[in-house]
Write a protein that binds this ligand. Structure first.
Ligand SMILES: [Zn+2]
Length: 480
């Protein structure tokens, strides 16, 4: 999608705030075309300072490039994730943050193995698949069985018990594209509980159409869940074109009455308890240092790619925004805490570990939010459940107009890793990113740094910097 924004001229006086370096370009001209990435200028001189830094530099983009290039994939509990924690500690130090902490917690280790699927009859050919996270393995030699076709997850739920004895279940069903990812929840049911529901009906294994919105030959992984009371059977996702192929084949065989036979071999392994961790750092507040504004992202990724949009972008955005505030010379009254959560992908393990480890200070968390929806431009600002937070968000929304951001209706939990804090009563809000294309890449081998638009990253960093500054200065009790 192409967007057009007015180019505006402002004087360079506001560049005097440039002090230390997060890969700044040198600024020595007296006038400059800026903000290239905004639609107007803020009337607030503090926000002008933040905007000039965020929109003329590559704070977030550079951090995301560093993480995805120097670390690579970061599966929960893996050596890559451990290296990412070391990277985060060093990056926070280099950027000048204080109170840097690396808080460990245990996580269940799982590694992908051989994964192949082949149609044996009536039209022999191979399929591009990948195991869902947490899946058990097939026998070493694989499973050869006829396939029961379900156009939707609901069709599987409506199938009688025992009707899948000795079969592989295939669950099709497309995911719709939405700016806010509204298609994800419904499409994700088959990923989350497809194995359990198919096993209850006697199935040996499950194949699903990937939960995604692209038409490329990449399967989408993602965590699945077992019910301990039900037999655990292997589950894999196939790419969208392979799922289309299956749909065409079943359209033919349902007329001819022929069986579709598939051979499936999945050899992932549970490798026992491993260590994960949350890394955090602060800009300590000048007047109310005990009051915490938390901005988070998650450090882990899936194993098949470098996790650029999920969630390397979020890491760059929140670290970059806090660094912009630091470099602006503005001194926040409240403490800004940047939290990089571990093991998000495998079930918000780091988020719950943080809420537990910090339970005694959750009352001092005045506001919490997370960037975990890719690198698309922010279009909305949305409050959590408290009336005071809602009133504050409505009042400050005009301060974001210079970035094309408007107040958004509805109540947010603040982001995936903020859910446990929201449940514990911490006020939340969210800057809503355009996620129309997010699920084209999500959890695929194609989630790589080249997909990130540096201009969108600037806009995100400007929005988060504006947010944490306004939240640190607000007299609001966000909990009322
Ligand atoms: Zn994520």
């Amino acid at each position: 999608m192409t967007r057009h924004f007015k180019h505006l001229l402002i004087t360079a006086s506001i560049f005097s705030v440039f002090a230390s370096g997060c890969a700044h370009r040198s600024e020595n001209s007296t006038t400059k075309i800026m903000p290239k990435n905004s639609i107007s200028t803020s009337a607030n001189p503090d926000i002008q300072k933040l905007a000039s830094l965020a929109l003329n530099n590559s704070y977030g983009y550079d951090i995301t490039r560093s993480l995805t290039t120097e670390i690579g994939p970061r599966l929960a509990g893996s050596v890559g994730e451990a290296r990412a924690r070391d990277w985060a500690v060093e990056k926070f130090k280099a950027l000048g943050f204080t109170n840097i902490k690396n808080e460990a917690f245990p996580v269940r280790g799982w590694v992908r193995g051989v994964e192949t699927a082949e149609i044996l009859s009536p039209f022999p050919q191979s399929l591009v698949i990948t195991a869902l996270g947490g899946s058990v393995a097939t026998p070493q030699t694989g499973i050869q069985a006829s396939v029961a076709y379900f156009a939707t997850y609901d069709d599987l739920i409506n199938a009688p018990m025992g009707s899948l004895d000795g079969k592989i279940a295939y669950i099709s069903g497309r995911m719709d594209k939405h700016i806010d990812g509204a298609g994800y929840g419904p499409a994700n049911q088959k990923r989350q509980t497809g194995a359990t529901e198919a096993a209850k009906r006697g199935a040996l294994a499950v194949l699903i159409r990937s939960v995604g919105t692209d038409s490329h030959r990449f399967p989408h992984t993602g965590q699945m869940r077992y019910d301990d009371a039900v037999k655990k059977i292997p589950i894999a996702a196939m790419s969208a074109p392979d799922a289309d192929q299956m749909d065409r084949i079943f359209a033919l065989t349902q007329k001819s009455g022929k069986e579709v036979e598939i051979s499936l071999r999945l050899l992932p392994r549970d490798i026992g308890e491993l260590q994960s961790g949350n890394v955090m750092a602060e800009i300590v507040g000048t007047e109310k240092p005990e009051e915490i504004i938390l901005i988070g992202a998650h450090l882990d990724s899936w194993d098949m790619a470098t996790g650029a949009v999920d969630d390397g972008a979020g890491v760059g955005i929140v670290m970059g925004a806090a660094k912009v505030l630091m470099d602006s010379g503005l001194k926040p009254k409240r403490t800004i805490r940047v939290v990089l959560f571990g093991a998000e992908e495998v079930g918000l393990i780091g988020a719950f570990a943080y809420a537990k480890a910090h339970q005694d200070e959750l009352g001092q968390h005045v506001l919490a939010t997370e960037s975990d929806f890719g690198a698309g431009r922010i279009y909305g600002i949305q409050a959590g459940k408290y009336a005071a937070t809602q009133a504050w968000v409505a009042a400050i929304a005009p301060e974001f107009a210079y970035l094309g951001i408007k107040a958004k209706d509805g109540i947010t939990s603040g982001g995936p890793d903020i859910i446990p804090l929201n449940m514990a009563g911490v006020p939340t809000m969210r800057l809503n990113q355009d996620g129309t294309d997010y699920f084209d890449l999500h959890h695929t081998p194609d989630d790589t740094f080249d997909k990130i638009d540096p201009k969108s990253m600037q806009q995100n960093v400007a929005a988060y910097a504006t947010l944490i500054w306004l939240a640190s200065e607000a007299d609001t009790n966000f909990r009322d």
